[in-house]
Ligand binder design. Structure first.
Ligand SMILES: NC(=O)C1=CN([C@@H]2O[C@H](COP(=O)(O)OP(=O)(O)OC[C@H]3O[C@@H](n4cnc5c(N)ncnc54)[C@H](OP(=O)(O)O)[C@@H]3O)[C@@H](O)[C@H]2O)C=CC1
Ligand SMILES: CC(=O)C(=O)O
Ligand SMILES: [Mg+2]
Length: 572
């Protein structure tokens, strides 16, 4: 294959491709020439450039060669010592938001050190840069705002979106994560302050999936907010107006989608994130035949939950078709997961998907979704309107449906009060989880398998320690995206989602099962992502969607070679 590798140690020479003047980066698959069109900073500006800054790790020779002498104190530290020092510092902050701010501060000053910390301490730092803390950060984004990250496209940019995209310093972009801030985790409409989500998701693309930071672009579309608290907040960073809807919204989104394609080409992956469901399903449907689009909340979540189910079945026995599913919440996550489960059952038993939907039930804020409600239901709920008398309330639905698998996707905390063999409380952040790990294990007297969207600590019940799984799309989208990029896939297909699910499930071992885990530990996430990427890419080749030909022989090896390494490069 063409070289898409990053160098893993700072002594290596460039492996093919086109290198930059610091021998730092070689060209990636989609990057046949170096994107550097501007001169490279030296001296003071080099130290102020987060992508190249090494702080006290600049060597004596580098200090001489790049006019840094005197600009740094005499000591030269290794990257490992810098990492140790930063981790010590971060651990001293007791308030999670302070840890978040320290991490963002590091990302803004020394990008490689930021990623080294995140990769080496993934279990500890994921809850800081991602859920749950990123939720609080978005709520307070205006107050803690220091340096701008990502690109803001507001109604003010209407008619000028292409020009706005050109202001972004990178000419080559492979992944865009975009939100309009209307459904940020389970915290609702946070308007422009939703930017924390694309920034956090893309940090995971790099740390967990190895997509290099320069190829990642976080975008927030600001069409206003209906959040009165934010509209009245003097530190709010967005447009101070109610949300634009209908034609005005659609036109802005259309201009955005076409400008992205024009500026970055056909193969930029556009990941929709935390849009409200009244826009999310439509955007995905509208652009999936013209753009490479992926909705993480609908599709990524579906793949991670299906993986958890496939892996749990090895513990519970039986097949998916033997189970009765009940979802609390029938939005993007709920119906997205339900759809993928039904699709997988159809692949397994060959029956039509409509038939296999019958064992899958969903409850929304008005009660069980049943056929008598069909007329008034949003389109994405209609396939789930089964014959049944109307039922309100989760408890009544549980009594009537008797689920063996209960999945919370309501965005509302503290909802589950019933024992079930497999419980997934997916809503984020932690405050919105439908139940806690302690509740799940205590109610079921240690029998339930439990997984949640945001992390819970291991819980000891009657002498046995249970490790809750983190059913979060973070397991899927970084590897999935890497697979799409590696193959140069031009579209996302459900078959690729199923492949990602199975790749994740296959990495759960007996040792994990003994601890009640249905997901592999996040400590191995880069290996997991490489395996997911390989299966996703293989599926893209099989489906004829891949454009990077010929297909590499060993896709896992290719994925690993593609991955960004945060180790400092030598600038000599
Ligand atoms: N773990 C993970 O990886 C992921 C977790 N999530 C989390 O899942 C949650 C939901 O996200 P998403 O599906 O996109 O949101 P949506 O807004 O699309 O869906 C929420 C659903 O919950 C229903 N609901 C709200 N309140 C209640 C209630 N009191 N009782 C019953 N149902 C209720 C809504 O009902 P109605 O339709 O009647 O309004 C709606 O069907 C969020 O907290 C999000 O953070 C999302 C994606 C990934
Ligand atoms: C995890 C995620 O994507 C969400 O909660 O929206
Ligand atoms: Mg999301």
């Amino acid at each position: 294959m063409k070289n898409c590798g990053d160098l893993v140690d700072n002594k290596s020479a460039i492996v093919g491709g086109v290198g930059d003047m610091y021998s730092e980066d070689s060209a990636t698959l989609d990057q046949p020439i170096t994107p550097w069109t501007i001169s490279v900073a030296s001296g003071y500006s080099l130290m102020r450039d987060p992508r190249y800054n090494k702080g006290l790790a600049f060597t004596e020779k580098e200090r001489d060669a790049h006019y840094l002498r005197g600009l740094l104190p005499p000591v030269v530290l290794s990257q490992e010592l810098q990492e140790k020092k930063m981790m010590n510092l971060i651990r001293q902050y007791e308030v999670p938001l302070h840890r978040y701010m320290a991490m963002i501060g590091l990302q803004e000053t020394n990008e490689r050190l930021f990623y080294k910390l995140l990769i080496d301490n993934v279990e500890e730092l994921l809850p800081v840069v991602y859920t749950p803390t990123v939720g609080e950060a978005c709520q307070k984004y205006g107050s803690i705002f220091r340096h701008s990250q990502g690109l803001y496209i507001s109604l003010k940019e209407k008619g000028k979106i292409l020009e706005t995209l050109k202001n972004w310093p990178e000419r080559t972009v492979q992944v865009i994560v975009v939100t309009d801030g209307e459904r940020i985790l389970g915290l609702g409409d946070l308007g422009c302050q939703g930017m924390g989500i694309p920034v956090g998701k893309l940090a995971l693309y790099t740390a967990l999936g190895g997509v290099r930071p320069s190829l990642c672009l976080p975008i927030t579309i600001d069409v206003g907010t209906n959040n009165e608290k934010l509209l009245n907040d003097e530190f709010y960073i967005g447009l101070r107006q109610k949300r634009a809807t209908g034609k005005e919204y659609d036109e802005l989104l259309q201009e955005f989608m076409y400008a992205v394609k024009q500026n970055y080409g056909e193969k930029v992956l556009i990941q929709f994130e935390d849009f409200a469901n009244h826009n999310a399903f439509e955007l995905l449907a509208r652009y999936s035949s013209s753009h490479l689009v992926f909705n993480d909340d609908i599709q990524g979540t579906a793949a991670v939950v299906l993986a958890g189910l496939l892996s749990a079945l090895r513990l519970l026995g039986g097949t998916l078709a033997d189970h009765t599913f009940l979802f609390l919440g029938a939005g993007e996550a709920g119906t997205g997961i339900a759809d993928l489960i039904a699709l997988e059952i159809s692949e397994q038993n060959g029956k039509p998907i409509e038939e296999n939907r019958k064992n899958i039930w969903l409850v929304d804020s008005k009660g069980l979704i049943v056929s008598s409600r069909k007329e008034s239901l949003q389109d994405f709920k209609k396939p789930w309107a089964h014959e049944h008398e109307p039922i309100t309330g989760l408890i009544n639905a549980v009594k009537a449906i008797k689920p063996t698998i209960l999945i919370g996707t309501s965005g509302v905390g503290k909802q589950f009060t019933k024992e079930t063999p497999l419980i997934m409380a997916l809503s984020n952040p932690t405050s919105q989880a439908e139940c806690t790990a302690e509740e799940a294990y205590t109610w079921s007297e240690g029998r339930a398998i439990f997984a949640s969207g945001s992390p819970f600590d291991p819980f000891e019940y009657e002498g046995k320690t249970f490790v809750p799984g983190q059913a979060n799309n973070a397991y899927i989208f970084p590897g999935f995206g890497l697979g799409v990029i590696m193959a140069g896939s031009i579209r996302v297909h459900n078959g690729m989602l199923l492949a990602a699910s199975k790749a994740l499930a296959s990495q759960v071992t007996e040792e994990h099962y003994e601890k009640g885990m249905i997901y592999p530990p996040l400590t191995n996430i880069r290996k997991i992502s490489a395996n997911i990427a390989a299966k996703v890419a293989a599926k893209a080749y099989e489906l004829g969607l891949a454009s990077h030909l010929p297909q590499p022989e060993d896709l896992v090896e290719s994925a690993e070679k593609c991955m960004y390494s945060p180790v400092y490069r030598s600038y000599l």
